[in-house]
Design a protein around this ligand. Sequence first.
Ligand code: HEM
Length: 493
Amino acid sequence: MKDSIALSGAPYTARAAAQPQTRPIVTTWLYTVAVMVALMVVVGGYVRLSRSGLSIVEWNAITGVVPPLTAQAWQEEFAKYQQSPEYQKVNAGMSLDEYKSIFYVEYVHRLIARLVGLVLALPLAYFLLRGFIPWRQSGVYIGIGALFLFQAFMGWFMVASGLVDRPSVSHYRLTAHLLTALALLALCLWTALNHTYRITPAQPGVRVRLASLGLVLTAVVLLQITYGGLTAGLKAGHVSNTWPLMFGYLVPPGLLALIEPWWRNLVDSLATVQFIHRWLAFVVLTLAYVVYRRAAGDDSLRSARTGAATLVAIVSVQILLGISVVLFDVTLPLALLHQATAITLFAAAIFLNHRLIPAPPGGGRAPPSTPALSSPGEGGTASPRYGEETSLSSTPDPSPLRGTGRGRGDESLSSPLRVRRGEGGTRASPQPPTPFSSPRYGEEKGGDRAASRGFSSRRRGKGHQPPTPRTEREGGAAPGDRTSVKGISPCRR
Ligand code: HEM
């Protein structure tokens, strides 16, 4: 077995094969948490865009679950809000009913956050205690729990920045809150993908370069999302509402001379931040296209190619949405869709990398099945090539661990089939069972518009049915510009 794996340059050893494995329900839970985190980001976007985020000025993890129930309780809550900079500088004179409408948006946001916390923590504790997650693999799961707690802290840390002196949150903290959510999403998704796909061992050469390129692409996507967060946090989307020209220029003059020192323009200047964000998108698009072209040239990287093609499509839609957000001056539905698409794009980038990056030895991914008895595949070896995969959740699986007390659908149990798609079609070959935010916006000079605004089921047949051969396709000053160059605003210092 070892020799056979070695044929494909495998990092897998008996060590990987001997790893205790995780149950499918854990994988489902990880995907559920990932989706909930993504939805939370969109809900957070709605809270920000509807200017509701600073309506509740305290954070009570337990008592905050119950909203004010009496007229007196509402008056007390409203009185606290009236002390906040947002009420005094932006919403002065707001009625109690108007206050209630923004209160409830933030209230529901916090309620959903608590729900995500429960959906994360309770099953996690159960899985650990029941041994569904082997203790030696528990590090990443405890990391997910810790990251969620950190994200909750970052949420409050961000809100706290908007409760003193100024009526909006720090654009740095808003961006950090967004990036922490993405880290949580990435960790859940990557771990779930590890359980879902069987990755065959890494092969050197061109695929390593492609995997590196995939990583560079993801880094640039993250940088672009970071600039999206800064653009949103600074409310820089309002600074110029024309495209492709900004203030009548393709490249407005003095973008690095608006504030001192020059480098602060990169993160604090409304015009510079929006300018970077609008054009970095095309670097993302180009890189995604290059990855797609390279993956397209390798027949064994079908799912990576599909992932890269999906990425190119999503980036294209995202660019059109971004341009619309600028042209329509950040209307809520468009801005929200733009945010949701950014999360989808990030998830697609994680998927792509997962298809490209080889797992480390014993890295927790389901190891390849024994290649020795499989029919020779692409590349002339019996073992699977890097990049090929099968979904563990859809293959019948009689296991040698049957009867060991492991649950139905245990991912440690590899399919009896090596399913792969050969040139021109699909084929399956039998396998033996193996174990297996200016100045901030609003404070710029020039009186521009921005300044006026102030942001199968896995049927193992219980292990007794004979394997049925099946095949599976692999994962398968321009007109309309509301500002002028003079209106390019510096930011708050
Ligand atoms: C790869 C492409 C892009 C990605 C991944 C991306 C991502 C993002 C993200 C994550 C945000 C922050 C959302 C929030 O935290 O609420 C954002 C905001 C924004 N983006 Fe993009 N963006 C892309 C392309 C563009 C383009 C091409 C433009 C304009 C030409 C644009 C204009 C904006 C504007 C104006 C905002 C601020 C919206 C607001 O205040 O809510 N984006 N973007």
